[in-house]
Write a protein that binds this ligand. Sequence first.
Ligand code: PPE
Length: 308
Amino acid sequence: MPLTPTEKIWMDGELVDWDQAKIHVLTHSLHYGLGVFEGIRAYATSQGPAVFRLTDHIARLFSGAHILGMKMPFSPEEMVEAVKTVVRVNGLDACYIRPIAYLGYGEMGLNPMLCSVNVSVACWPWGAYLGDEGIANGVRLKVSSWARHDSRAMPTAAKSTGMYINSSLAKVEAVMAGYDEAVMLTTDGQVSEGTGENIFVVRHGRILTPPASSVGALEGITSDSVRTIAGDLGYEVAEAHLRRTDLYMADEAWLTGTAAEVVPVTSVDDRIVGSGKPGPITKAIQEQFFQAVRGQIDRYKDWVEHVS
Ligand code: PPE
């Protein structure tokens, strides 16, 4: 999906014009992939745009920086304000928001300790990540030949820029083979996650999702929201190690992510999941999720952080 430019991008504390938000080609993170970022969405609510679980996303950005040993030049409170400012000044009702902290220009070589840490926040209107058709009718997954990073090789708990080489390889492989999205397994064959989404299955009325930390998956904020919603709807939700064939045998399955939102899965490796249509539990959760993000459910109003 091509970017739709907006007016302003926040860069190191200043609002700059979209076209002026540039960095040097010798920026450290461009060469070595040491950076952390977030993907956040703002939705239109009856009281104007609100950022979904903003404080939690900023907390994850800071824990990622902590893991990578990057000293953030702003406080979490300042970053929360920066995000709200960007959404406000660009005058968008709903948008995707991308904060990033990276090692700047001035030093080279693998020791990043001397580098400056630069931070920016951009936002733009972004439609359904896996398509409107995917949200409505489901997507087709392929198990990737690329394994998910092992956490002994890469710190999978950090949403770091370099981590996404792994996701991109898997995504391209799946798309080239005619699928919508890839699902990655760990090196010992456990289901981990999609390239930018967590995964859930339903079997015998129970909702199961892999334990993020032990399968190298990101601890998704959408996943956490969906687990709360599912529990409140009266479903049993548990963490479980899943094998590839558990995906084939699922009655329902879906993906969760900020960009992707909640997307039904209708087949995996050409094996139809359940009825081959979005299942009833998937649809019930999707409906609650889309109301929650728009501030329409009182119980979840703390998740919705208004920009003004
Ligand atoms: N796993 C991965 C690997 C991942 O990148 C994401 C988010 C998730 C799980 C779900 O996390 P959460 O958004 O907190 O529910 N992926 C972000 C980046 C996607 C991109 O293409 O870039 C996102 O959804 O914003």
